[in-house]
Write a protein that binds this ligand. Structure first.
Ligand SMILES: C[S@@+](CC[C@H](N)C(=O)[O-])C[C@H]1O[C@@H](n2cnc3c(N)ncnc32)[C@H](O)[C@@H]1O
Length: 213
């Protein structure tokens, strides 16, 4: 994302922020020697920028954050008056088939002992609530909308590999190594079992807004 933004900004610079040490280290390696990129490790819930920015762009991140009121207040504070926010994350109903299949699989006798203390860590907000929150945080010209993005796979095996890597990371950490692939395979089987299609029903929440002057 940072690389794509940079290509669109021949005279600008990018402040790239992520809360993960590994992500920040990877980005720093990638942009070593590039004076137009600064990479910082920060939690967006306590975001501080030295100099306010013209644009905030974010993908696939806000659904990891439960407190959107505080998140949007922080983003508004980091933007210059009139600055823009353009963001996309998982929205209401995102991967609902996989979520249902995962909950059912967690309850199966083979796996249930590993999830006694499990709590869900994602928040898929809806468009109306998000618009109100953005306005309350000091944004105007607010536009928010959901769109469906179906990801289809050639086989249940490929779906299992994908959910194991991308969707079920947190769940697999709770399991012993030998149960990780069987768990992902079971979830994929159930997802495909709904209508015979190995597919994930992604729903993305889009938001565009301008920081009030
Ligand atoms: C799916 S990745 C998306 C990364 C990147 N935006 C992209 O599109 O390739 C989600 C990222 O959100 C980061 N993240 C989650 N919660 C965060 C928080 N509170 N503050 C900062 N980063 C956070 C994670 O570390 C992770 O790198």
């Amino acid at each position: 994302m940072t690389e794509l933004l940079l290509a669109k900004l021949p005279e600008g610079s990018v402040l790239a922020i992520d809360g993960s040490r590994a992500m920040v280290e990877a980005a720093r390696r990638r942009f070593a020697g590039e004076p137009r990129v600064r990479v910082e490790r920060q939690d967006l819930l306590s975001l501080e920028v030295e100099e306010r920015v013209d644009l905030i762009f974010s993908t696939a991140t806000f659904h990891w954050i439960w407190d959107h009121d505080r998140l949007f207040e922080n983003l508004a504070r980091a933007l210059k008056p009139g600055g823009r926010l353009v963001a996309q994350c998982g929205g209401e109903g995102n991967i609902s088939r996989a979520t249902r299949a995962t909950k059912e699989t967690m309850k199966e006798e083979r796996f249930s002992d590993y999830f006694v203390c499990w709590h869900d860590d994602k928040y898929y907000a809806d468009a109306g609530t998000t618009a109100k929150r953005l306005e309350a945080a000091g944004f105007e010209e607010v536009q928010t909308w959901l769109h469906d993005e179906i990801a289809a796979f050639d086989s249940v095996d490929k779906l299992a590999r994908f959910v194991g890597t991308i969707v079920l990371g947190g769940h697999l950490k709770e399991l012993p190594e030998e149960e990780q692939l069987p768990f992902a395979a079971r979830v994929a089987e159930k997802v495909a079992g709904v209508d015979g299609r190995p597919a994930l029903d992604y729903v993305r929440l889009n938001m565009m807004a301008r920081r009030s002057a």
